[in-house]
Design a protein around this ligand. Structure first.
Ligand SMILES: [Zn+2]
Length: 152
């Protein structure tokens, strides 16, 4: 993303943050952003939903909040702490569930169906890359038990 001096108003700062995070200005999203900004500024209690929604209506932010917004935007340009030691890969993912720059914290695992070459990042309990593999693996294992001398 490009944070430039062309962003002049606090409203545009906040909108840029929402855009960068892929969030709408819905209430739960503003609460999330308010908590992030409060954590950056070590503000206790955190800034409120009302305060942030007023900024989206054009009201000015405090110096402290403006600083926190600029810091958050700047951190999106660089490597956040959770991204330390991480490098870029090409992955295949559903665009509804994934965005560029996402940090993946779960390890890759192979599909449990022996003949399937897919390696994936999935739910912790997920063993197969897809339902088809799960069904086929059961079928293949059952076949193997019935005909143990036949090669697959
Ligand atoms: Zn599979």
């Amino acid at each position: 993303m490009s944070f430039t001096t062309s962003i002049t108003t606090h409203e545009r700062l906040l909108l840029s943050i929402l855009t960068e995070l892929g969030l709408s200005a819905a209430r739960p999203n503003l609460v999330l952003v308010a908590n992030k900004l409060s954590a950056i500024a070590r503000k206790e209690p955190p800034w409120s939903y009302n305060y942030l929604s007023n900024i989206l209506r054009g009201e000015p932010a405090s110096k402290r909040l403006a600083w926190a917004m600029e810091s958050l935007l700047a951190s999106m340009d660089g490597v956040p702490a959770s991204g330390a030691g991480k490098v870029e890969f090409t992955v295949l993912a559903d665009p509804a569930h994934f965005q560029n720059g996402v940090v993946v914290l779960l390890p890759v695992k192979p599909c449990w169906r022996p003949v399937c070459p897919v390696r994936f990042v999935g739910w912790p309990a997920q063993k197969y890359c897809c339902l088809d593999c799960k069904k086929l693996d059961y079928k293949e294992r059952t076949h193997e038990q019935r005909h143990p001398h036949q090669a697959r």
